[in-house]
Design a protein around this ligand. Structure first.
Ligand code: SF4
Length: 260
């Protein structure tokens, strides 16, 4: 656990997304990075950084289990914005099968997320002092207390979250107005998009993240947890509520389009 270095924080909660990016760039320079998993928030932030003319490293958190639409979205954004992606090493799926047994995501999704997301992120953040992510408060109860700027003891970096107070409508409007490429799965029932084995579309009335790890009570991959073991962030069940099935997630706070 790393303690926060001294930092003179302005009133970041009153800043716009753009102002917070400009402040972070001025503060951290080339020790600031942006992570992308190619959901809508990635599209917004890549565009915003480009519009502001900021030279910020972009780290791709690719589990190698994304949908083809996700990879196509990545290619469109790379081409349009001239991105030079940093891609941390991840075990191939075959290597994971050999080491951990087949389909680890079915038996132990927390460990699978740790291997394919958390560990690569920890390594990738090594050279940086600050990390821009696209999480938003309304996405889940687990994110409702997110701050625009907060210290991560786990990773030893400042987290910059420019879109923390944006709702899904605002994200969509920004994308439409600026004609930014985005993941088309968002238009066909996937408000939150992760790996193929752990993502399904949602139906009307379901929480946005009901389609992530459906059938289990896992609701976070763990990269935004501030302590080791955060992969197991769970939906807090009501007495008598099932531990399995989508019903376990439909009572979360109203959320919209999702982050990692
Ligand atoms: S989302 Fe599923 S497949 Fe992807 S890393 Fe986590 S458990 Fe593994």
């Amino acid at each position: 656990m790393a303690t926060a270095p001294a930092l003179q924080l302005p009133d970041v909660e009153r800043m716009t997304a753009e102002e917070s990016l400009l402040w972070a760039y001025e503060q951290f320079g080339d020790r600031l990075c942006l992570t992308c998993s190619w959901q809508k928030q990635s599209s917004v932030l890549v565009h915003m950084v480009s519009e502001l003319g900021l030279d910020i490293a972009v780290i791709e958190l690719d589990t190698q289990l994304f949908f083809k639409e996700t990879y196509e979205t990545r290619e469109r954004l790379v081409e349009r914005y001239g991105l030079n992606l940093i891609q941390p090493h991840v075990l191939t799926v075959a290597e994971q099968h050999a080491r951990e047994g087949p389909n680890l995501w079915e038996r132990d999704p927390d460990r699978c997320c740790h291997i394919r997301k958390v560990e690569p992120l920890e390594r990738a953040l090594g050279p940086y002092d600050a990390w821009i992510s696209g999480i938003r408060r309304e996405q889940a109860l687990t994110r409702k207390d997110a701050q625009r700027v907060e210290w991560s003891e786990r990773y030893g970096v400042w987290k910059i979250q420019p879109l923390v107070d944006w709702d899904a409508k605002r994200v969509q409007a920004y994308i439409v107005v600026n004609e930014i490429p985005y993941n088309p799965l968002h238009d066909v029932g996937y408000p939150s998009i992760g790996c193929i084995p752990c993502t399904r579309p949602v139906v009307r009335g379901e929480d946005e993240r009901a389609g992530r790890w459906a059938g289990a009570d896992k609701i976070e991959c763990g990269i935004h947890a501030d302590s080791p073991g955060g992969e197991s962030a769970r939906h807090e069940r009501e007495p008598g509520e099932s531990t399995l099935g989508t019903s376990a997630k439909t009572n979360q706070s109203p959320t919209q389009s999702g982050g990692a």
